[in-house]
Write a protein of this length. Structure first.
Length: 431
């Protein structure tokens, strides 16, 4: 039996292979099966990007592509960046996509805009639109070459959670700025604005990290080392670098972090989660640091619930991929992170008890399984069915429409700890 050829992100033609393999996913983003797009494209983009780890500079999230386990870190990040940029374009596309031909047209326009975006906003990655022989490169060829260059430009670095976080998390800003770029007519004035915004946003991340590192009035070795790693990866001018180091040595007030863009929910989410992870970097999270996170959340114009949801998102991501995040294991205690996550999700579930109760009542399949569980031991297959059904029930809570739940971490015993205790007792009638 012949084996389906895999994808090799270091070979020429990898982007076409990616588009072929991901056709179903991209179709569903462009034209969801339920016929509805989210009223807020930024929420939808967060839901796609956050579980992949791109916002945290990681590539451990699920990528259902052939031979993915054989790829190195840069190859995974390159494919994730391509998927995130294309997803952003599809989510921001206003017209309904009715068939495969229309999807191909949209993808072609997207590839063209990715090439234009990087050629205009990242002059250091500038790539000729023609070959040496004068042939015009296709949008696919140009986009592939530029994405190759973009990932190579992140440089070489230590293989651990924190160096990946501080080098690769800036790729998220590419996706964010690109989401704004696709709405504009790319003339020179617009390009100048976006190049300025790119530098300002990167510098804003520097300020967020400095402020978070000083939250408990003590900058430890880990935080200082991480800051140096980050400054090396930002492409800041020498003048801005000097200012960045001064900010880090002296500290930085939250109020002085001037966010250089309109109020974007997604950008605020990114800044908040960068601050949370910076505070995590020195192992223990102190009360002064938690107080800082609350103040920072309010400064961003977000709510305590937004902070709680970001904590759930980060803890869920870390728990789901704990074994792959080896370096993080020295910094955080698994049991502590697990207990905190369970408590947070349990609070959300308790607040939404009425909704959960209704969902359980309307799910005949799970009711039958739970009735059976009263008098008989469920088979392993039935227990797995219950687990998956309960995750689906939890996903009906608005919080978990946006924040991804860690599928593997949520075993049946953990779900029973999370869900309100009387959900089963009161909600399931006698057989």
């Amino acid at each position: 039996m012949s084996r389906t050829p895999g994808m090799k992100p270091h070979d020429k033609g990898w982007l076409k292979d990616y588009l072929d393999f991901r056709k179903e996913l991209l179709t569903d983003i462009a034209a969801p099966r339920d016929g509805r797009k989210s009223s807020h494209p930024e929420h939808s983009l967060y839901r796609i990007i956050q579980p992949t780890g791109l916002m945290y500079g990681q590539s451990v999230g699920e990528l259902s592509l052939p031979d993915v386990d054989d790829w190195d870190e840069k190859e995974r990040m390159k494919v994730l960046l391509a998927e995130s940029l294309i997803s952003s374009s599809l989510l921001h596309y206003d017209k309904p996509v009715k068939n495969a031909e229309e999807l191909s047209d949209v993808i072609l326009k997207t590839l063209e805009s990715i090439g234009n975006f990087y050629n205009n906003i990242f002059p250091e990655l500038s790539t000729p639109t023609k070959t040496l022989l004068g042939r015009k490169k296709s949008p696919l060829e140009l986009a592939e070459k530029i994405l190759d260059k973009r990932i190579e430009h992140t440089g070489k670095y230590e293989s651990n959670f924190w160096s990946y976080f501080f080098h690769n998390s800036l790729l998220f800003l590419d996706v964010f700025i690109y989401g704004q770029w696709i709405h504009t007519n790319a003339d020179r004035i617009v390009a100048d604005f976006f190049r300025y915004e790119r530098e300002e946003l990167r510098f804003s991340v520097v300020k967020v990290i400095a402020a978070a590192a000083h939250a408990n009035k003590e900058v430890v070795f880990e935080e200082r080392r991480l800051y140096e790693l980050f400054i090396q990866s930002t492409d800041l001018s020498s003048e801005k670098r000097k200012e960045a180091y001064k900010i880090f040595e002296e500290g930085f007030a939250i109020e002085d972090i001037n966010l250089p863009t309109e109020n974007s929910w997604l950008l605020k989410k990114f800044f908040l989660e960068v601050a949370i992870l910076t505070i995590w970097s020195d192992k223990k999270v102190e009360q002064a640091e938690l107080d800082f996170l609350k103040r920072f959340t309010h400064y961003l114009g977000s709510s305590d619930e937004d902070l709680e949801n970001s904590m759930i998102a980060i803890e869920g991501f870390v728990l789901e991929h704990w074994e792959q995040l080896e370096y993080l294991q020295d910094k955080q205690d698994y049991q502590q992170v697990s207990d905190q996550f369970i408590r947070r999700v349990a609070r959300v579930a308790e607040k939404n008890k009425t909704r959960l109760f209704k969902e359980m009542r309307e799910n005949e399949h799970i009711l039958n399984l739970m009735r059976k569980a009263r008098s008989n031991e469920l088979t392993l297959e039935e227990k797995e069915q219950v687990r998956l059904e309960l995750i689906q029930v939890l996903k009906t809570i608005p919080t978990f429409v946006i924040v991804s739940l860690p599928q593997r971490f949520l075993t049946l015993p953990i779900l029973l700890k999370i869900l309100p205790k009387n959900l089963f007792a009161d909600g399931i009638p006698e057989a």
